[in-house]
Ligand binder design. Sequence first.
Ligand code: HEC
Length: 138
Amino acid sequence: MRTILPLLAAALLPAQAFAACPASPPEGAAASNPAALEQGRRAFLKCRACHTLPEGGKNLVGPNLWNLFARAPLGAADFKYSPAFTAAAPAWTAAKLDSFLEKPSKHIPGTRMVFAGIPAPEERQALIAWLAKETGCK
Ligand code: HEC
């Protein structure tokens, strides 16, 4: 047992680190590409009136997004989600977020996130890569 435990820990730790991040987009070109990250940072200007990203950041009109890809659904502390959002209880993956950000009201009808959406796929991908980086994904 004594020899097995450290081995188990070694095997599990990388898996946990991986589970904390989206399985797609932020992998790939966008995440390591400074130009895409810069595009993502600029895209977030559309979001920042309503969202903070850092750990412990305030909820504004929308929830703080720290740890978005790893936290439990509806996981922003002290944020009152809408009934529609509560029913959907989205567990965010990059693919789900991509679909949500294209048109929030279509992905989760009745959401209180009043935002038309981002039609350009590459802008969404860049934004998702930026979000992953800024919300604690390594
Ligand atoms: C006008 C304010 C507003 C803007 C602008 C806005 N959001 Fe939101 N967002 C909200 C609200 C409110 C919610 C909670 C929705 C609900 O409860 O129905 C939300 C929810 C979310 C969630 C789900 C969080 C969770 O805990 O599951 C994500 C992710 C998100 N927004 C990302 C974005 C991104 C990225 C942008 C910019 C492209 C953006 N939002 C723009 C208000 C906004």
